[in-house]
Write a protein that binds this ligand. Sequence first.
Ligand code: PMP
Length: 359
Amino acid sequence: MDVPDTSPVKLRPEIVALPAYRQGKTVEGGFKLSSNENPFPPLDGVLKAAQDAAAVLHRYPNGHAPELSERLAERHGVAPEQVIVGAGSVAVLAQLVIAAAGAGDEVLYSWRSFEAYPLLPVMSGATSVKVPNRPDHGHDLPAMARAITGRTRLIIVCTPNNPTSTIVTETEFAEFMALVPDDLLVILDEAYAEFVTDPNAVRGMPLLARYPNLVVLRTFSKAYGLAGLRIGYGVGPVAVIDAARSASIPLSVTHHAQLAAMASLDQEAELLERVEHIATLRTTIWNGLLAQGWSVPEPQGNFVWLATGEHTEAAAEILLANGIMARPFHPEGIRISIGESESVEKVLTSTQEIVEFLS
Ligand code: PMP
């Protein structure tokens, strides 16, 4: 249908100018390794829980997910009031940004990182301050601490970092927090925490008791394989969590998502076996890439980072031609999710082809 694409309505120009959130290119019959999804389908018990929710489709959910919040509180050794459940952890992050940073305020994060970070401050009227990653692709926390100004209201630390798969160590984080004033909110985005095997990696939950300005974000989208249901959560100080709750869009966490999340906690052992399997494939891919001569930071999420630089688009086309849908970030590199076992060989033959193309 031919519809006009203009309107006399006055809109916020900064919102109009925002690029749409990108999802990767798809090819029929290929391996979808572009969104850090879990390659395994839902477990039967999880599927059944989501199906059971269909019986109450005519009712609104309790958007605060009280039963799930209690389960999560117990699991992390905090009070239920310290837990906020949202329609994906990105929704919780958006609420925290709205709660902490408005017009004239700054939101600080390392870059390159999760693509939603630059969008959220724009929506709340705040300004992004991006501190470049170190040459080894990890966060430069001392530089982030130096970038704090009187206007900084929120700092996001992403570990493992999407898309570079690098972690922040416990020591680096402790040194960083010693430099951050305690009235400045720090968010540790741990969307990929379950995939971490490095014993030196920071783990946010045990630190909540130490820092009155820390919120830890987790999601059911990745390790628990519920990306399509949209459910994630944050844990932190009651006053901060309350403010984030006030900034929520009411009733956005569905019955289906809440019941499937609880069923996932019931079947956690099986889900974590899948995580272990994915981590094993990650090691195979990482070793294969190193053997091909790539310099790849040790991956700790369910994805690896190929620093293809200015050749990123050409390299992504080679992957695509081999049926590998990955996520290019021109001109820095390509993020390849760890997917089905059958995709491993395909990934490595494609990356070898890229090596030959570049030489
Ligand atoms: N944080 C990071 C670092 C991510 O990579 C993602 C998803 N790509 C999210 C948060 C959001 O996950 P969700 O909203 O599905 O919980």
